[in-house]
Design a protein around this ligand. Structure first.
Ligand code: PGA
Length: 252
């Protein structure tokens, strides 16, 4: 059975102190109410990871970086390597988010290097894909997303691909309050799973967790997660409030 995962993506929000408070609040509620069989992950800024790892119970909650460098080490001022991320106690890294692709010029070539370094350091990549509004309107979203995967994580060996979590995040739904309909999400997730089946076979496809992201919130999570190919969510805005985030976890 593939894992159900709800991962928060705090993006460039919270001071260290606010982040610790948020992590404490999530940890306390998960400890009290339980998260059933859902894997809970907090994607914090680099500066917060060590403290958040200390704050939460690692049996209940994993911690993710939101990026890592495309180089292993060296003279790359301002960069944080996969090796450094691993040394903080984080176990996941979000890669290929559309904001990084769009604002920081992350190409498939760069992402391939990041994924390789993340895997080499024992981190689980949460690999994002998703189309812009014009592509959705043109009706070519399935081909577009399949191509994003073909250029990146489909180049991995089967053994490495099995370690990847995919997040489908339609760009038009991120931070806009316009979520994909349950049907749109299921259609795309089925498309992604079919592409994985064609590339790696049915067993690996059935074992791959595919998360939905894009204005997923306490109100719509249940309906989205009820779809057979939606294995959880990557949550931006709604992960910044512990109560909302817990509602989403309880959406399963
Ligand atoms: P959102 O962001 O939930 O605020 O739409 C999701 C994401 O970008 O991961």
């Amino acid at each position: 059975m593939r894992q159900k995962i709800v991962a928060g993506n705090w993006k460039c929000n919270t001071t260290l102190q606010e982040g610790i408070e948020l992590a404490k609040a999530v940890d306390a509620i998960v400890a009290k109410e339980g998260a059933k069989d859902v894997v809970v992950v907090l994607g914090t800024p680099f500066t917060h990871i060590t403290k958040v790892v200390e704050t939460v119970d690692s049996k209940r909650i994993g911690v993710a970086a939101q990026n890592c460098a495309a180089e292993a080490k060296g003279a790359f001022t301002g960069e944080v390597s996969a090796d450094m991320v691993k040394s903080t106690g984080a176990s996941y890294v979000i890669l290929g988010h559309s904001e990084r692709r769009e604002y920081y010029g992350e190409t498939s070539e760069i992402l391939n290097k990041k994924v390789a370094l993340a895997l080499a350091n024992g981190l689980t990549p949460i690999f994002c894909c998703g189309e812009a509004l014009n592509i959705r309107e043109a009706g070519t979203h399935n081909e577009y997303v399949t191509k994003q995967l073909a250029e990146t994580i489909f180049n991995l060996s089967s053994e490495d691909f099995k370690k990847i979590v995919i997040a489908y995040e339609p760009i038009w739904a991120i931070g806009t309050g316009v979520t994909a309909s349950s049907e749109q999400a299921q259609d795309m997730h089925a498309n992604i799973r079919a592409a994985i089946t064609a590339k790696f076979g049915v067993e690996i496809a059935e074992g791959t967790s595919i998360l939905y992201g894009g204005s997923c919130n306490a109100k719509n999570a249940k309906e989205l997660f009820a779809n057979k190919d939606v294995d959880g969510g990557l949550i931006g805005g709604a992960s910044l409030k512990a109560e909302d985030f817990i509602h989403i976890i309880n959406g399963f």
